[in-house]
Design a protein around this ligand. Sequence first.
Ligand code: CU
Length: 255
Amino acid sequence: MEKLQYGIGLMPDLSTHGHGIDQLIYFLHGFMLLLFVGWGIFLAYTLIRFRARAGHKANYESLKSKLPKYAEVAVVAFEVFLLVGLSMPVWNSYKSDPPDEKEALRVRVVGQQFAWYIHYAGEDKKFGRTDSKLISDFNPLGIDSKDPASEDDFYSLRNFNLPVGKPIIAEITSKDVIHSFGVPVLRVKQDATPGITVPIWFTAKETGEFEIICSQLCGIGHSTMGGKVHVQKPEDFKKWWDEQERPYKKSTASL
Ligand SMILES: [Cu+2]
């Protein structure tokens, strides 16, 4: 794994869907830079041109009447262009292209103050039933051990292992307050809201260890609500997967 270079600009994009998002961010920042420079020059001009001089009185009225009406219309039109012309196509191309369910690895990502749990469905690809009433220190996700689908389920805390090149569908939710699941290098950011599950998807292009952050101020420990994405080669991921303990597995001895 090469060390990531964090220089000027965006973090490296290691996702397959991030290109349009990056282009939009660069365009908007370029545009804001233009505005900043333009207004800066205008401010400097007015400071010099209308500086206090003996015999001159301040005039508060004249600018009001001189601002042409079409300037306001132009601002609104440009904002509509940004939204409809640039943002919406990027959003649409991402949201209208979910990966094939059969191909993808589906996980649940559950936020809580102040950590992320990753719930894997196991070989049956079915998540065991969850119920908030079953949540305890020993069962942080409230997984119902009586549901047969939970037998091969397992979860990890703060560590999200996934295979490189495989589409991932992550169902984002929260146990307590609103968090936001963010993985900057995978161009992933989604609010985690209690009672609501929102699926997102992405495919990692390179192996490595990358940061998970909470992108929504969620309480006193918000800044510590991190984690790691471990993008692994398929064979390494398989090895990791096989090594995971299945806490809800009924031991054959008790049957
Ligand atoms: Cu949070």
